[in-house]
Structure formats: C-alpha cells, structure tokens
Design a protein around this ligand. Structure first.
Ligand code: TMP
Length: 253
C-alpha cells in the first residue's frame, strides 16, 4: 500500500489524508477501550463490523436528508469521509435511563425517560469527557447558540431514524453518542454528523430478552463483543460475508 500521511489517531480509528483536498480516509481499528482508555482489548473483526455498520447508518441518514461526513466505503476497514471542523463535544441522546445518567440520578436502568434527552460532554480525554451545561459551551466558545439549536435538532432526527431502524430488527436504542462537525460552503456553515455510528457508541438491548448488544458487553465483561456486534450486523442485513462467526467444529466420536 502506498505510504500516506496520518492526520489523526484516536482510540478506535485512524484518519489519513484523503485522495482529494477536503477528504480524509477513516480507518477502523480492532481495539476496544473503556473507562477512558483504562481497559483495552483487541477484538478481531470489530473494525470491519463497525466500518460496515457506520456506513449503513450514515448512508441511511444521508438518504433522508440528514447530512453526514460519509462519502463512500473504500474497503473492509476504511471509508472516505469529508474533512470537517469538529465541534469539541460529545452529543448524547437518551431514550431510557442507563449508564452515567442512571448512576447520577439514581434511576433504574431501563426506565423510560419522559422524552428524549440531549446532553453534551466536553471532548477531552485528559478530563474524562465531562458533562457540561450549555452555559459553559457558550461562554468558552465551543459552539454558538445557533450551533446548539441546530445540533439538538440534528441529534433528535438521528434518534428518530436510529430508533426506528433498530426497532425494526427487535433492538431497543437506549442511548447513543454522536459527534458533529462544520462544513463551510463559502461563508455559510452546515453541521453534519461525523465520527462514527456503531455499537461502540450506542446502548442497544434486545427488545425480547434485554441482552446487551453494544460496548457494555466489553465494559461489563458480559461475553463476546464480536458476537454481539455480529448479531447487530446480521439483523440489519449488513454482515460482510467473511466475518461470519460460526461455532467452532466439534469432534464427533
Ligand atoms: P454514558 O451513560 O456512559 O454517559 O454514555 C451514554 C452513551 O454515550 C452510551 O451509548 C455510550 C456513549 N458514549 C460514547 O460513545 N463515548 C463516550 O466517551 C461516552 C462518555 C459515552
């Protein structure tokens, strides 16, 4: 493969300079991290699954007029994306109480929220991505009031789309995280969904059994992460043919 210039490396992905100005290549790694990088493990095939799943969701969003950075998938682990100006926030949408919200407010895991709730974390690994009020975001200039209004509208559209898609395959979308970037058209900015949408950044529970099908499987040592992600991909019909996880053959005496 021709040498190419690394633009950025994160915990689960690497960004390389793209073939044309204004584009990047997003490479999905097999590493999973939790607890702000304290827990680390490699799951063979995770990157391939997340590349496919993120393609599936971003393409679906593009098709219903929700702009994303996604252009096209290049190969098993890479996709071509638009280079955007990242807003340094993690935008979390919650439909049911779980994770840090259930802990913070003493809510039962799985309790339905009165309506979808959007919250913001400041993206800084050294600080553990702290939850921040809008007042901080505006005062420190991380985003404007107009940006925040647009981000909430965007996040709720993504929530409606993802909730429907997952519901159709028997999965409850408990919560998820997106990241948002700015693309400039002359002097006019457009906000687009960036980064990835995959079981790494969602809480997904089987509607019938409550089985967890997301990164909590790794965070809480609940079994095979790849098996859970494969199940999500299988249900959505986006399983790449060479990442099937068949049971190992057993010897018959
Ligand atoms: P939380 O309950 O731990 O705050 O997480 C809420 C949702 O956001 C959950 O689906 C996991 C996702 N998330 C990420 O993808 N990355 C992060 O850094 C954080 C804090 C949450």
């Amino acid at each position: 493969m021709a040498r190419r210039k690394k633009f950025y490396e994160g915990k689960a992905k690497i960004l390389y300079e793209g073939p044309e100005p204004g584009t990047l290549v997003q490479y999905f790694k097999d590493e999973a991290t939790a607890g702000n990088g304290q827990k680390k493990e490699v799951f063979e095939g995770k990157g391939v699954l997340n590349n496919r799943l993120s393609e599936f969701f971003m393409q679906g969003l593009n098709q219903i007029g929700v702009p994303t950075h996604f252009i096209r998938r290049l190969n098993m682990r890479e996709q071509l994306i638009r280079q955007v100006e990242m807003i340094p926030l993690e935008v979390i949408v919650r439909n049911f109480a779980a994770g840090s919200m259930a802990q913070r407010l003493g809510l039962d895991e799985g309790a339905q929220l009165p309506r979808p709730i959007v919250e913001f974390c400041y993206k800084d690994d050294r600080l553990g991505d702290p939850l921040v009020p809008e007042e901080y975001i505006l005062a420190f200039g991380w985003a404007s009031q107009q940006d925040l209004d647009d981000i909430v509208a965007l996040a709720l559209r993504v929530n409606d789309f993802l909730s429907g898609v997952f519901h159709g395959v028997g999965i409850k979308l408990v919560d998820f995280k997106i990241e948002v970037g700015r693309i400039w058209d002359g002097e006019y900015p457009t906000l687009v969904v960036a980064d990835e949408i995959s079981p790494d950044s969602c809480r997904l529970w089987d509607i019938e059994t409550g089985r967890k099908l997301d990164k909590d499987v790794f965070r809480k040592d609940l079994g095979s992460l790849t098996e859970a992600y494969t199940e999500v991909a299988r249900r959505l019909g986006v399983l790449p043919s060479n990442v099937t996880h068949r049971p190992k053959p057993t010897l018959i005496n």
